[in-house]
Design a protein around this ligand. Structure first.
Ligand code: SAM
Length: 233
């Protein structure tokens, strides 16, 4: 399967294994990943998508609405899906208390100074139980045919494994998380020492603390972000 599907599948597998109730996807673009996670109502109760680009957020919003089959399966739990326009560099109260934050191919679109705010917002302020971050591994780039420079014109940087891991370990020390590294898109033959095409960090909050989502049923209204779409199953 193409790389972007492998990235989504990685998150779907994680959700199936760890069964988070509240999941927020940062930089969700046209909500493709949310469209897959909505089929996991045996655990997921709240799905939120955030992007700075309102047009791409709304492009495929209809794919998030209930299907006929959703009404035919009363055993499914309740599910709310919300889409917000906003920047991941800003603190938004309604993004706190999540079990899982996902950031698929987002950070390399931020300026390095913005990555600092992003780290503080996600790990320091939102402080979710777990965070999944994927970003290109620049060590893999020589294997991509015809590539000169970055993989996308909008990328502000592309990190080697040690650059990504250096940032990740610093974030862990600062905000009390642990991280494990993996990826998707494997090289073949003699090229195995370059790592994965997409590198992924899976962060786990160290202090246990009953998750807010387990104790709080209240979900705050947005104060910085703009709510563009909400559907309740
Ligand atoms: N996660 C999606 C995926 O894997 O298909 C889309 C990734 S796309 C390459 C990066 C997305 O990040 C774009 O939709 C862009 O609008 C969004 N983005 C860039 N800067 C952002 C910011 N500061 N806050 C929120 N979203 C941002």
């Amino acid at each position: 399967p193409p790389l972007y599907r492998q990235r989504y599948q990685f998150v779907v597998d994680y959700v199936q294994t760890y069964r988070p109730r509240k999941v927020i996807d940062l930089g969700c673009a046209d909500c493709c990943l949310l469209g897959k996670l909505k089929f996991h109502r045996d655990c997921v109760q709240l799905l939120v998508g955030v992007d700075i680009n309102a047009a791409s957020l709304l492009k495929r919003r209809r794919s998030l609405a209930p299907l006929m089959s959703d009404y035919l399966q009363p055993s499914n739990g309740p599910l709310t899906i919300e889409l917000y326009q906003g920047s991941v560099t800003e603190r938004e109260p309604c993004t706190r208390g999540f079990d899982l934050v996902t950031c698929v191919e987002l950070i390399e679109h931020l300026e390095l100074a913005e990555v600092e705010s992003f780290s503080d917002v996600v790990f320091g302020y939102m402080a979710p139980g777990a965070v999944i971050i994927s970003t290109p591994n620049s060590e893999f780039n020589p294997l991509l045919p015809g590539l000169r420079g970055f993989r996308n014109y909008d990328h502000k940087f592309e990190w080697t494994r040690s650059e990504f891991q250096g940032w990740a370990y610093r974030v862990c020390r600062e905000y009390g998380y642990s991280v494990q590294f993996t990826g998707v898109g494997e090289a073949f033959d003699c090229w195995t020492d370059v790592g994965f095409c997409t590198q992924i960090g899976v962060f786990q909050r160290n202090y246990d603390g009953t998750n807010w989502s387990m104790t709080t049923t209240e979900h705050l209204e947005p104060s910085v972000y703009r709510l563009l779409y909400r559907v309740v199953y």
